[in-house]
Design a protein around this ligand. Sequence first.
Ligand code: IMP
Ligand code: MG
Length: 175
Amino acid sequence: MRVKDLDFNIYLTQEKIQQELVRLAAAINQDFADKEPIFVAVLNGAFIFMADLARHVTIPSEITFVKIKSYEQLQSTGEHREFIGLEVPIRDRHVIIVEDIVDSGNTIKFLLEKFEEQYPHSISIVTLLFKPDALRHPLDLPYVGFRIPNDFVVGYGLDYDGFGRNLPDIYKIAD
Ligand code: IMP
Ligand code: MG
C-alpha cells in the first residue's frame, strides 16, 4: 500500500480491530456502568475509533471531541498548543479520553494537565494503539487495544501527512 511517497504493509485487519473494540467496550461498560462517563475523543486521528467504539458502548454516556496538533509528519514535535472543543463542563464527571495512538505520551500528558484544571471526578484513557518503547512520561493506560513496536502506522483514522486516514485496516511502514 502506498501513501504519498511511502510504502506500507498490512498490519492490523479491520476484523482484528473490531474484535478488540468489543473487548474494550465491554470493559468500559462494566467499569463505568453507573458513572455516566463523557468520552472525549481526540481529533483528527480518533474519529473512526470513537465512531466504532461508540457502537459497542451500552451505558448512558456522552461523546464529544477535542482537537489539538502535536504531530507533524513522522515526528512528534513535543510542543503543545491549545486544544479546541470541550464545550461540555467536565467538573465532577468521569472523563474517558479516546486516542488513536499513544506514542511519546506528550499529547495525553498535555490533555490530562488541562483537564485536571477543571476538576473532573476521574480521567481514564482508552487508546487503540500504544507504542511502549516511545513513551516518555509515566502514564496509566488501563484500556489499550494493541501494544505495537515503535514503527509508523497509518489507516483507520491515523494519517501520514494528512493521508491514509480512510484506509479500513492499519498498515505499518515497510522496512
Ligand atoms: P504523542 O503525543 O507522541 O503520544 O503522539 C500522539 C499523536 O501522534 C497521535 O494522536 C497521533 O495523531 C500521532 N501519531 C503518533 N504515532 C503515529 C503513527 O505511527 N502514525 C500516525 N500518527 C501517529
Ligand atoms: Mg491524534
